[in-house]
Write a protein that binds this ligand. Structure first.
Ligand code: FPP
Length: 244
């Protein structure tokens, strides 16, 4: 966890200058704790997701403000279909509403939108909207990747299948280039809220050398200040990539 008193941790201003030097390009978020946040308030879980969706927008905006080029969020996993039907429906509604907002504001937001995950179970109309938004925003500055019906194992299997179908040799580069995240740099930092310290099938291939930041803060309580703490702690670490 981040410690404000740790002298090796850079200030926010230093962090911003380190970000602009390219040492932290990609942050991925596991937005956990929506259900607990709602339960604490005696509200249905979907209320937590709804508040979580507004936090997601605030955090994405803030990451752009401090110069983060790539943000990836875990919005809905391949396992999340196992939740009660009305909860699944509420998350899907939030995503569809967000898509609608992006369709209106995409040019102003300057975000390059990309959906990762297996979108095949979604209807044609939804997939067409996603595709159109991705195309329309393809040359925008900062990237926002939304993991939807996403599972790291599923993504690796789909990538290997594609290679096998093409009869191509399965190398690390070929797998990377066949993942949903092809062309996106691996996450430098993965932030998980709500106290759990696991990856839960998120970016399993891409996180080989990522740094992790775990916080007890529930996602709907997430703040720019907490992002600052994660970033400061990241810059206090040494990344060795298996070397000395
Ligand atoms: C995990 O919290 C959160 C999810 C499974 C859904 C995350 C979705 C959102 C924040 C809304 C997404 C919307 C957009 C627009 C991207 P949990 O429900 O597992 O919380 P709990 O562990 O406290 O039960």
């Amino acid at each position: 966890m981040g410690q404000d008193t740790n002298l090796s941790v850079p200030s926010r201003e230093n962090s911003i200058s380190l970000i602009s030097s390219g040492r932290l390009r990609h942050i991925a978020f596991i937005m956990d704790g929506n259900g607990r946040w709602a339960k604490k308030r005696g509200m249905p879980r979907k209320f937590g997701h709804s508040y979580g969706a507004s936090k997601f927008k605030e955090v994405v905006r803030y990451c752009g403000d401090i110069g983060i080029e790539f943000v990836t969020v875990y919005a809905f996993s391949t396992e999340n279909w196992g939740r009660p039907e009305d909860e699944v429906a509420s998350i899907m509604k939030l995503l569809s509403d967000y898509l609608g907002e992006c369709e209106k504001t995409a040019d102003k937001d300057n975000l390059k939108m990309r959906f990762i995950g297996d979108l095949s179970p979604f209807d044609r109309a939804f997939r067409d909207r996603v595709e159109a938004l991705e195309k329309r925003t393809a040359d925008h500055k900062n990237s926002l990747n939304i993991a939807l019906n996403y599972g790291g194992r599923d993504e690796i299997v789909r990538a290997c299948r594609r290679l096998a179908e093409k009869g191509e040799p399965i190398t690390e580069k070929a797998v990377s280039d066949s993942l949903d995240t092809a062309g996106i740099p691996d996450p430098d930092l993965i932030v998980r809220t709500a106290g759990e310290q696991r990856l839960s099938n998120f970016l399993m291939w891409q996180s080989a050398y990522s740094e992790f930041y775990f916080t007890d803060v529930l996602w709907p309580d997430m703040t720019p200040r907490e992002v600052d703490k994660a970033v400061s702690e990241y810059f206090g670490r040494q990344r060795r990539y298996g070397k000395v």
